[in-house]
Ligand binder design. Structure first.
Ligand code: C2E
Ligand code: MG
Ligand code: MG
Ligand code: MG
Length: 291
């Protein structure tokens, strides 16, 4: 099958060549053709689901929100992680319809939670670069929120530093557009990009999510701990909420608590869950789950 894919590539570019690929490379080409080719159909057939990872308030360990994370339920290959197909969707431009699907699905879920009497939970979705550059993104989000009737106060967007810094001035305008709709804005994977502190002050954002790589090393490397501590202190003085992603151990949790971090997300509490499992989790964890 891999060899077929390679041959297909060779023929379609008009070269009658025989390729000998290293196995990892053949796998990539195979994945590219199989996944990339199937993506359009997958969008038309809605072969996607959102999973929800709880966000937990550090002081009382109550679930206060969730991050929506997409999965492709492929008819033959099973569950495919976003790292494998979001880049393909970006390249092909299919991220635009796919991204809209994610926002609509998340808004519906949020609405469902509210209507079923679940305690107010905030839901965030990830945006990708190409999606963020889309000219009518703010209008699209507004339209979907109106269609689904969500309370914007409970809807949050996660953006990365590189996304924001590509065209900082344009980003600022866009972020203000979202703020006018009443949404909350968060910088994801904070510390891995190259946003300048000067811009951090100019971006109308409310939350910093410290990247998992820093959390992973907590308690193991004193320089790393100093960075996390300073990031939390800086966020606080800028009036931003801080959340740590990828929290896997009690030790990490306790250190973050000592540094004044407000929320955590990670396997220590839960991996991302399907809608039903997520509700069950919230009910088992929170003191007052249902109104
Ligand atoms: P992200 O936004 O930084 O999401 C956090 C990722 O870390 C998720 O991976 C989550 O499952 C994983 N994670 C959470 N807690 C832990 C932990 O304690 N340990 C470890 N090892 N991992 C943890 P996932 O779901 O595979 O998503 C990967 C990335 O794909 C996301 O990173 C995000 O950049 C992107 N992505 C996911 N869903 C969407 C989407 O709907 N749209 C777009 N544009 N990108 C998405
Ligand atoms: Mg995220
Ligand atoms: Mg992240
Ligand atoms: Mg990440």
């Amino acid at each position: 099958k891999n060899a077929d894919a390679a041959m297909y590539r060779a023929k379609s570019t008009g070269h009658n060549l025989y390729f000998v690929y290293e196995s990892h490379m053949a796998d990539n080409i195979d994945a590219h053709l199989t996944l990339g080719g199937g993506l359009r159909k997958a969008i038309d057939e809605e072969q996607f689901v959102l999973h929800y990872q709880p966000k937990v308030r550090l002081c009382d360990e109550e679930v206060v929100g969730a991050e929506a994370l997409i999965r492709w339920v492929h008819p033959e290959l099973g569950m495919i992680s976003p790292d494998q197909f979001i880049p393909l969707a970006e390249e092909s431009g299919l991220i635009l319809p796919l991204g809209e699907w994610v926002i609509r699905r998340a808004c519906r879920q949020l609405k469902e939670w509210r209507e079923s009497g679940v305690a107010p939970l905030k839901l965030s979705v990830n945006l990708s670069s190409r999606q963020f550059m889309q000219a009518d993104l703010v209008d699209m989000v507004e339209r979907v929120m109106q269609e689904t009737g969500v309370d914007p106060e409970y809807f949050e967007l996660e953006l990365t530093e590189s996304m924001l810094m590509t065209d900082a001035q344009q980003s600022i305008d866009k972020l203000h557009g979202f703020r006018k709709l009443g949404l909350t804005l968060s910088i994801d994977d904070f510390g891995t990009g190259y946003s300048s502190l000067a811009y951090l002050k100019k971006f109308p954002i409310q939350t910093l999510k410290i990247d998992r790589s820093f959390i992973n090393d907590l308690g193991l490397d004193s320089d790393n701990d100093a960075i996390v501590k300073a990031t939390i202190a800086m966020a606080k003085s800028l009036n931003l909420k801080v959340i740590a992603e990828g929290v896997e151990t009690r030790t990490q949790f306790d250190l973050l608590s000592g540094y004044g971090c407000q929320e955590v997300q990670g396997y220590l509490f839960s991996k991302p869950l399907c809608g039903e499992e997520f509700l069950r989790y919230v009910n088992s964890q929170n003191v007052v789950a249902f109104a």
